[in-house]
Ligand binder design. Structure first.
Ligand SMILES: [Zn+2]
Length: 221
């Protein structure tokens, strides 16, 4: 009887080890297959391939911008993968409260930066192409938020308003505007972005400040 109990225990032990090994292998398989799909943090990707939850109002793909020219072939948002990941997280936080991010600009080729600098040579509003903007590095976004009805939240000035009213430090604004800007800023900062004092719409990914400037065109379908 005692001998029987011992072999019974041995069998159970062996069975458990076999089961555990199978489980561990299965886990490894899942892990391996997901590793194959990993994209490097600095790879340029198209936001639409990772989320359908953004509103696009890409001003430079229209003539409705300070250049008065359509300088992008299509209204798409290209960014480095790490910027996309952080932006999706921020958007999820906004969506929990009934808002969504509206995009005005994302990655911007260096050649376009040059055109902008020729029109507005003021580093408060346009980065000197010699240094390059974080937009040229795939780490900056120009955004606002819209409510559940798609209505843009009042931020006090339109996008690309090159004046003091667009500054985070400007206080002669209604309480609603101040609290809307504060809300936008708080969620973005929580998700790895820095604000930019003279433009309420501009956010830089903190982990993207030192990436290389790039001058590429993206494919438009
Ligand atoms: Zn910007």
């Amino acid at each position: 009887m005692k001998r029987n109990t011992t072999s019974h225990i041995q069998f159970l032990l062996l069975f458990t080890i076999t089961l555990f090994t199978c489980f561990a292998n299965a886990q490894n398989e899942v892990y391996t297959s997901s590793v194959k799909q990993v994209v490097a943090d600095t790879t340029f990707v198209n936001l639409k391939d990772y989320s359908n939850d953004f509103i696009y109002d890409m001003k430079y793909a229209t003539e409705d911008n300070f250049l008065k020219a359509k300088v992008y072939d299509c209204a798409e948002c290209v960014l480095r993968y790490k910027t996309v990941q952080a932006l999706i997280k921020a958007n999820k936080a906004f969506m929990q409260k009934g808002f969504k991010i509206k995009l005005y600009d994302c990655y911007r080729p260096l050649a376009i930066q040059q055109k902008m600098w020729e029109i507005v040579s003021n580093p408060k509003y346009v980065a000197d192409p010699k240094k390059g903007s974080i937009h040229n590095r795939g780490g900056a976004v120009d955004i606002s938020i819209v409510d559940i009805n798609g209505k843009e939240v009042d931020m006090g000035t339109p996008f690309d308003f090159f004046g003091i009213r667009a500054s985070h430090n400007y206080t002669m604004l209604s309480n609603d505007v101040k609290s809307n800007r504060k809300y936008l800023k708080s969620i973005m900062i929580k998700n790895g972005f820095n604000s930019f004092d003279s433009e309420w719409w501009h956010y830089n990914l903190k982990a993207g400040l030192k990436d290389n400037v790039s001058n590429q065109k993206w494919k438009c379908d």
